[in-house]
Design a protein around this ligand. Structure first.
Ligand SMILES: [Zn+2]
Length: 149
C-alpha cells in the first residue's frame, strides 16, 4: 500500500491509500476519488519536496500545479511504460512507413483486422483521427522498435 497526500480543487488536503501508483491513477481517471470535505472529483497528488521545481518563490497557480502533477505522474509510471512497450512490441506488427495506409485498410475492412505499429507524420495522424481511426503515439525511441526485428 502507498499513502499519497491529496488535494482537491478547493484546496482541501487529505490522505488516500492505494495499492500502487497505477491504482491511484486508475481511480483518479475514473473519478472514483472524491474529496471527503466537499466531494470534489478534482483530486490531485500533493507533490513532495524533492519533485518540486523551486526555481521561483511565488506560490504556484492552479494551472502550474496541474503541470507539475503531470510531470510527476510521468516519472512514476516508468516501469509500467516499459512493460507496456514490451507488450506492444510483442503484440503488434511493424509495418514501418506503410502505417497510415495499413491503418486505413484495416479501418475500412480491406484487410484482416490486426494490431500494427509504424511511422506516421503529424499530418497523417490528424487525418487518420478525422477518419475515426484510433492512433496513439508510442513513447518508444526508434531504436527500441528496430530491435524487435
Ligand atoms: Zn474539497
Amino acid at each position: 500500500m502507498i499513502v499519497f497526500n491529496l488535494t482537491c480543487s478547493n484546496d482541501h488536503h487529505f490522505e488516500g491509500w492505494f495499492a500502487s501508483a497505477a491504482d491511484f491513477e486508475r481511480q483518479q481517471q475514473s473519478t472514483l476519488l472524491s474529496c471527503p470535505v466537499c466531494s470534489s472529483n478534482q483530486v490531485n497528488k500533493v507533490l513532495h519536496a524533492p519533485y518540486v521545481n523551486t526555481g521561483s518563490a511565488h506560490k504556484p497557480s492552479q494551472r502550474e500545479r496541474h503541470a507539475q502533477n503531470g510531470a510527476e505522474q510521468y516519472a512514476n509510471v516508468g516501469d509500467e511504460v516499459s512493460q507496456l512497450i514490451e507488450h506492444l512490441i510483442a503484440n503488434t506488427e511493424d509495418v514501418g512507413d506503410a502505417f497510415p495506409e495499413e491503418a486505413r485498410r484495416i479501418h475500412y475492412n480491406e484487410t484482416p483486422e490486426r494490431k500494427i505499429r509504424g511511422n506516421a507524420s503529424r499530418e497523417e495522424v490528424i487525418e487518420m483521427r478525422e477518419e475515426g481511426i484510433e492512433v496513439i503515439a508510442l513513447p518508444i525511441p526508434r531504436y527500441r522498435l528496430d530491435k524487435s526485428h
